[in-house]
Write a protein that binds this ligand. Structure first.
Ligand code: ZN
Ligand code: FE
Length: 270
């Protein structure tokens, strides 16, 4: 792979049929390209800005065929018109957001799947951050593109959904196989780790992870992808039904939704 020689930190190749190229767009939005080796098809997960995605395509030598949109926020869709004009890529987005995402070709909902050559992604509806947010899950390659629903050690803010909806969405994602690689819309892990330690201060795995994250960020490296297994052990937002977290919040016996609501409220104030 020629790219390895010039920019090792930007490369993250899976051992399966699909390769991933992860890069930053602006301060903290992640750009992600997924490339199907057999067919040469390539998708970008969201498209907040066209220019950095076009640069990434040039660096990889990959040809964009698809834009897979997780939700309608500008930092995820603003680059679509320019990118589509430049590449002719086909836009897949939540069916219910067809009027809020530019130039949608293919609307999808829970249970649908999309293909990129031989690579297949299942659509998982994950309302909460927005009403119609979706995640893309490639079971064969063990990849989850969670957008702004699940972050490493955190979760998205509730702009359009209720805590009960978000908690239900997170329960779907945490049930995926532990080895699943988690890709997210933003690099928020370090601030999420600081908050997670305030509600789960004696979690040895979390403390170790926080140290690793600080070391990665100190050298400007990415903290993602994470894994579903690591998140289940370390992310307090996936553990709203864990009596230990409830007790830490002074909410022993409270419902998971109430615990989740309190976690999200504390994070918003942090
Ligand atoms: Zn968003
Ligand atoms: Fe975002």
């Amino acid at each position: 792979m020629a790219g390895l020689a010039f920019c090792p930190a930007l490369w993250n190749i899976t051992a399966m049929a699909a390769s991933i190229h992860q890069f930053l767009i602006g301060n903290d939005n992640y750009g992600i390209l997924i490339h199907d080796e057999a067919s040469g098809a390539t998708a970008t997960i969201d498209a907040g800005e066209a220019a950095p995605i076009l640069v990434a395509l040039k660096q990889t030598g990959w040809t964009l065929t698809d834009i897979w949109v997780t939700h309608h926020h500008g930092d995820h869709v603003a680059g679509i018109p320019e990118l589509k004009a430049a590449t002719g890529a086909k836009v897949t987005a939540p069916l219910a957001d067809k009027d809020r995402v530019p130039l949608v070709d293919h609307g999808v909902k829970e249970g649908d799947s999309v293909t990129l050559g031989s690579t297949r992604a299942a659509i998982i509806e994950t309302p909460g951050h927005t009403a119609n947010h979706i995640a893309y899950y490639c079971a064969d390659d063990g990849l989850l593109f969670a957008g702004d629903t699940l972050f490493s050690l955190g979760c998205g803010r509730l702009f359009e959904g209720t805590p009960a909806q978000m908690w239900s969405s997170l329960q779907k994602l945490r049930a995926l196989p532990a080895a699943t690689k988690l890709y997210c819309g933003h690099e928020y892990t370090q601030s999420n780790a600081r908050f997670a330690l305030t509600v789960d201060p004696e979690n040895a795995a979390l403390k170790q992870r926080a140290r690793e994250i600080d070391a990665l960020r100190a050298k400007g490296a990415f903290t993602l992808p994470s894994t579903i297994g690591a998140e289940n052990a370390e992310n307090p937002f996936l553990r709203a039904d864990d009596p230990l977290i409830a007790a830490r919040l002074g909410m022993a016996g409270a419902s998971p939704v109430d615990v989740f609501t309190e976690l999200r409220a504390r994070k918003n104030r942090a």
